[in-house]
Design a protein around this ligand. Structure first.
Ligand code: IPD
Length: 266
């Protein structure tokens, strides 16, 4: 066990931190001049050779010939026989990566008996890593600085809240999402669409933004960042206040998440 500012880093978290560092450095430094891009769910849903290579690197390092399970954005599900499953988004913010915008990252969560117990989101081009172990708090590392514990913001008034969000890749979904946005943007301080759901959620965890909502995310987008938010004292939930769902994820401090969930449910 290694100490960071008084908190203990559990062994799964240590493995997640190392693997995310290796995948992040690979994505940052090995990006080819011209990237091979394919479409996934729609023509605008890009997957690059680097998404796939990053996932392969993470799986090789975290699982290898071992018996842990994996759920990865690019590789689907591999059942394991141990109590551990790794939930991976090997490159969250693929479109930003494609355009050399810096908001992209690697998301690694370790579930034990179905519960996320260790989480890392690493954003190499921003020089930031967020991590959490269950019961060990949420932490942010900027460059070479020591890890500092982070907490969600304290704003409870929607009118003074900066809200992060994102859009899906399907054109009809996007049109519907923008309709919903129309009823939200006049109520909050403003809205940001940075392009990587895991980073949006970590920005909620460290108080950079006040809240977040998005339709159509997946477990791998929010598994790691979800624990980071909870350990930062926040809430990640669905439209009904229960666990987050693919149709709707909302996050913020307890009061703001509740108000935001009510707002997006109208
Ligand atoms: C996407 C990004 C985007 C969000 C989408 C995600 P990907 O992940 O996080 O910000 O709006 O919902 O699918 O496809 O770049 O891994």
């Amino acid at each position: 066990m290694r100490r960071h500012g008084g908190g203990l880093v559990n062994p799964l978290l240590q493995r997640a931190l190392l693997a995310a560092e290796h995948a992040g450095e690979f994505l940052l430094h090995q990006r080819p001049q011209s990237l091979a891009v394919e479409s996934k769910s729609t023509a605008t849903d890009a997957v690059t050779e680097m998404d796939r290579a990053s996932e392969a690197l993470l799986v090789a390092e975290l699982v290898g010939d071992g018996d842990d399970g994996v759920l990865g954005e690019e590789g689907g599900e591999r059942r394991g026989t141990s109590s551990v499953r790794w939930v991976l988004d090997p490159l969250d913010g693929t479109v930003n990566y494609l355009y050399r915008l810096p908001v992209w990252g690697v998301s690694v969560a370790a579930e034990q008996h179905g519960e996320v117990v260790a989480a890392v989101v690493r954003a190499p081009a921003l020089g930031v890593t967020w991590f959490a172990g269950r019961g060990e708090g949420a932490w942010r590392v900027d460059g070479d600085a020591p890890a500092r514990q982070v907490h969600v913001g304290t704003e409870t008034d929607l009118a003074r809240s900066l809200i992060a969000t994102g859009f899906g890749y399907d054109a009809n979904d996007r049109i519907r999402q923008v309709d919903r946005l129309g009823s939200i943007i006049g109520v909050v301080r403003d809205v940001r669409r940075a392009g990587a759901a895991a980073i949006d959620l970590c920005w909620v965890a460290d108080g950079t933004v006040d809240g977040y909502f998005e339709e159509g995310t997946h477990h791998w987008d929010r598994a790691a960042a979800g624990l980071i938010i909870v350990e930062a004292g926040g809430v990640i939930c669905g439209a009904d206040g229960g666990p987050p769902t693919d149709p709707m994820t909302v996050a913020g401090n307890t009061s703001l998440a509740e108000s935001l969930a009510t707002l997006v449910s109208r």
